[in-house]
Design a protein around this ligand. Sequence first.
Ligand SMILES: Cc1cc2nc3c(=O)[nH]c(=O)nc-3n(C[C@H](O)[C@H](O)[C@H](O)COP(=O)(O)OP(=O)(O)OC[C@H]3O[C@@H](n4cnc5c(N)ncnc54)[C@H](O)[C@@H]3O)c2cc1C
Length: 407
Amino acid sequence: MEARKILICGAGIAGPACAWWLTRYGYQVVIAERATTLRDGGQNVDIKGAGQTVIGRMGLAERIDASNTRERGQKYLDAKGRVIAVYPRGAFGGLTSDFEILRGDLAAILFDATKSLCDYRFGTAVAALEEMADGMVVAFTDGSVETFELVICAEGIGSATRAMVLREQTRFRYLGAYMAFFRIPRRPEDDGWAHTVNGIGGTFITLRPGHDSETTVLLTFIRDEPDAPPGDVADNKALLREALSGRGSIARRVASELDGVGDIYFGPMSQVQASSWAKGRFVLLGDAAYCPTPFTGAGCALALVGAYVLAGEIDRHDDHADAFAAYDALVRPYVEAAQKQLSPTVIRLFHPKSRIGILLTHAAQRLFASGIAQALLLPSDAGRAKRITDDFALPAYADRPQFSEAR
Ligand SMILES: Cc1cc2nc3c(=O)[nH]c(=O)nc-3n(C[C@H](O)[C@H](O)[C@H](O)COP(=O)(O)OP(=O)(O)OC[C@H]3O[C@@H](n4cnc5c(N)ncnc54)[C@H](O)[C@@H]3O)c2cc1C
């Protein structure tokens, strides 16, 4: 019998993870990725809780462990680069845990694990699609036309294909800031710690260890309205330069490196809230469906869990509508809980604008990092840095022989 053919749009985290499971279940998978090569940029992502369980079930835990960045902890700095507060790895309120992997390394591991199992088409996107009685007819940007049983859209927050099918059902909750992730050359002062600095006007910069010669950058900055959609690379760099101007020595360093920066993940920090994740044979997955934004630390776990559940439910049901309904019922409560963790108020607290606001933030950082606060907070529930997805009860989908082999 001919294998059932599924199209996945987007070779980020959610797309390849879903492909891994679908190919195990015997489906033929095509992955269309708009970029011409795998996008391996980004800073560290969080794969604790149920996300980690999914990775374990895929048999990838050792490869993930081997890619640990070994970040030593996080230091808060002032605008001149002087240390304000130090959070060693595992400290309450700090960024660094025992599981630190670069998003790009995770993307590469998932790509490696699937590249021989499915048909990757880089530099290709959906130009148009139409549902017919027995499948989705998809016209690609390279001019080819093909029919698929299902189309899974895992194109991330700014998905264009989502807008072709579920525009009316999709709402963006803007949190009041823009964000950018990119890489710059490493310097001697990059000492294996994450370095975080606030700038007057509402910028927040964190530099973290990347690969040998690289430092990764997270730059977020307050902007009242999401009025600047991501443009071409030059436009984005111009906006970043504006945000970095006059914000201290680390900002100056980052601005000075911008000319040499390649891939930038950039745009308004918005949550994707879709009233429906599916229409007919089309379904959303990962950030395209329910981006919580990087500040929740939940995007990657939700993508891995969503991919696992969606593939399992597609395989379990004869009717795709039942599969999509079960996927929605299982995953949506966790998405909503993760998204509620953040609000524009929380984002403003991370981005004090005035000198006084920054001094108050420094005082709070010193207090939290102090031995007394750590001794009080670390053993408590709050100190365990529990994630929303920690409580996710992963279904088993255990009736497939391939599944037990993968454990
Ligand atoms: C380069 C990059 C860096 C990132 N860095 C971080 C980070 O440091 N920290 C963090 O928390 N999150 C980061 N993210 C977001 C993070 O990967 C997601 O929040 C989460 O892992 C969910 O993954 P996803 O696969 O749903 O979306 P994404 O990882 O965003 O992947 C979506 C993929 O779809 C592709 N795509 C977009 N439009 C189309 C189209 N029309 N057709 C085909 N393909 C398309 C994109 O090029 C991308 O490869 C980054 C994303 C990218 C793309």
